[in-house]
Design a protein around this ligand. Structure first.
Ligand SMILES: *Cc1c(COP(=O)(O)O)cnc(C)c1O
Length: 393
C-alpha cells in the first residue's frame, strides 16, 4: 500500500504520552500523595453564563420549524463575523466581514492553510507549539527555525537574510509566554513584505495581554494587512476547548485578494463549518456582558500566573511569561535538563509541568508551567516549586 511518505516522516508524539506515563507510574506507587499539575494546557473554568444562555436559546430555535437553521453561510454567520469586526474595531483595527472566516478553532486553520502555498520554505520559532512543526512535516515542507533564547527574550527577530514562503509567529507565545512589542512585530512585517512571505500570526492568547502598550493583533502594525493572516480562538479565552470555535482573518490586501478567495474555496470544499448554536455562543462572548465575564476568567488565570511568577522570582529563577500570558517559562535550576527537572519536581514536590525540550531543541534546560489550574492548587504547587528551587540552587 502506498502511504504518504511525508506522514511516515512524522516522529512519535512523545511529549504528552511520556508525561502521562511518568505521572501515572508515580501516582500508582504513591497513592496517598497529592500530585498537582501545572502542566495543564486546557482551561478549567466552565463556559460563561452568557455563552450558556445563548446556547440554550439557539437549541430552542433549532427545535422549531420557523426558526430552524440548516447549512450555514460559507464564511460563518454574519452575526458572528460582524461581532468579530466590532471586536477589532475596538482595538483600532478596521476589517471587512468578508475577511473573517469562522473556524472550529485555531489549530485546524493553522495546519490547513499551508495547503494554499504548496511546497514551501517555512520559518517558525524554536521553542514552538508542536502542531506547527507536525503539520509542515505532513506537508513535506522545508523547515527553518528562528531561535528563542534568553538573549532575545524568547522573541526571535527576522533573520539577516534568507527567504521563506510562510513565517509562523505566536504572541503571546505558547510555550514561553513572551509577547512581541509593536516595534518588534513591525520588523517581521517589513521582512515579510520585503521577501514576499506570508506571516501566520497565532493570536490564541491575545485576551491575556493586559499591558495596553503590547499589541493584541498584528494588524495594529502598519503593513500587516498586506502580508499577515491572523488566527484567533475562543478556546483559551472563553473555555471553548470542548465547544470548538475560532476565527481566522484573511485580509483582502494579501496577493490582491487571491488568498482570501482561495481560502474561501478551500473551506467551502473541505470544511463543514461550525454549528449554529456554537456560533451563537461565540457571539455572546463578544457582547459587552460576555467580554466582562471573559475578563473575570482571564483575571482568575492571571492571578495563578502571578503566583507562579512570584514563586520563581523569590527563588531567583530566570523565567519569562506569566505577566501577559498564562504560560511561565522557567530555566531549570542547577543546570538540570528538562526531563531531569521534570522527574525531580514530580518526585520531590509532587508537581507536574512540561519539559521545555518537548517544544524544540532550544527548549532543553527549560520548563513550562501553566496558569490554567484551580487557584488553591496553584498556591500549594507554587510553594512546593519555590522550596524545591531554593534547595537546588
Ligand atoms: C491552544 C492553542 C491554539 C488554539 O487551539 P484551538 O484549536 O483553537 O483549540 C492555537 N495555538 C496555540 C499556540 C495554542 O496553544
Amino acid at each position: 500500500m502506498k502511504l504518504n511518505s511525508n506522514y511516515l516522516n512524522l516522529k512519535e508524539s512523545y511529549l504528552f504520552a511520556e508525561i502521562a506515563h511518568r505521572v501515572g507510574a508515580y501516582k500508582a506507587s504513591h497513592p496517598d500523595e497529592r500530585v498537582i499539575s501545572l502542566g495543564i494546557g486546557d482551561v478549567t473554568l466552565p463556559l460563561t453564563d452568557s455563552a450558556v444562555a445563548a446556547l440554550r436559546k439557539a437549541v430552542d430555535e433549532q427545535s422549531r420549524a420557523e426558526t430552524f437553521r440548516g447549512y450555514g453561510p460559507e464564511r460563518g454567520y454574519a452575526f458572528l463575523r460582524d461581532a468579530v469586526c466590532d471586536y477589532y474595531a475596538d482595538k483600532g483595527v478596521s476589517l471587512d466581514a468578508e475577511e473573517i472566516f469562522v473556524s472550529d478553532g485555531a489549530k485546524s486553520d493553522l495546519g490547513n492553510m499551508p495547503e494554499l502555498f504548496g511546497n514551501s520554505r517555512v520559518l517558525m520559532p524554536d521553542p514552538v507549539y508542536p502542531a506547527y512543526y507536525d503539520v509542515n512535516v505532513m506537508a513535506g515542507n522545508e523547515m527553518h527555525f528562528a531561535e528563542g533564547t534568553v538573549d532575545n527574550g524568547f522573541l526571535p527577530a527576522p533573520p539577516e537574510d534568507g527567504r521563506f514562503d510562510i513565517i509562523y509567529l505566536c504572541s503571546p507565545s505558547n510555550p514561553t509566554g513572551a509577547v512581541y512589542s509593536a516595534q518588534q512585530l513591525k520588523e517581521w512585517v517589513d521582512f515579510a513584505r520585503a521577501t514576499d512571505a506570508v506571516i501566520f500570526f497565532d493570536a490564541a492568547y491575545e485576551s491575556f495581554v493586559r499591558d495596553g502598550n503590547l499589541p493584541t493583533s498584528i494588524y495594529l502594525v502598519e503593513g500587516a494587512k498586506e502580508c499577515a493572516v491572523e488566527f484567533c480562538s475562543f478556546s483559551k479565552t472563553a473555555g471553548f476547548t470542548g465547544l470548538r470555535c475560532g476565527y481566522t482573518v484573511v485580509p483582502k490586501g494579501i496577493a490582491e485578494g487571491k488568498l482570501n478567495a482561495l481560502w474561501n474555496r478551500r473551506q467551502t470544499t473541505k470544511f463543514n463549518g461550525v454549528p449554529y448554536i456554537v456560533q451563537r455562543a461565540a457571539q455572546a462572548v463578544l457582547t459587552a456582558e460576555g467580554r466582562a465575564e471573559i475578563g473575570r476568567n482571564v483575571g482568575y488565570y492571571m492571578q495563578n500566573a502571578t503566583v507562579i511568577h512570584n514563586a520563581l522570582q523569590d527563588a531567583g529563577i530566570t523565567h519569562t511569561g506569566g505577566v501577559n500570558s498564562p504560560y511561565v517559562w522557567m530555566k531549570c535550576p542547577a543546570g538540570r535538563t528538562s526531563w531531569e527537572f521534570f522527574d525531580e519536581l514530580l518526585t520531590r514536590a509532587q508537581v507536574v509541568g512540561t519539559p521545555g525540550v518537548g517544544f524544540g531543541k532550544t527548549g532543553e534546560g527549560w520548563f513550562r508551567l501553566t496558569a490554567f489550574g484551580a487557584h488553591d492548587d496553584t498556591l500549594v504547587a507554587a510553594e512546593r516549586l519555590n522550596a524545591l528551587c531554593r534547595s537546588l540552587s
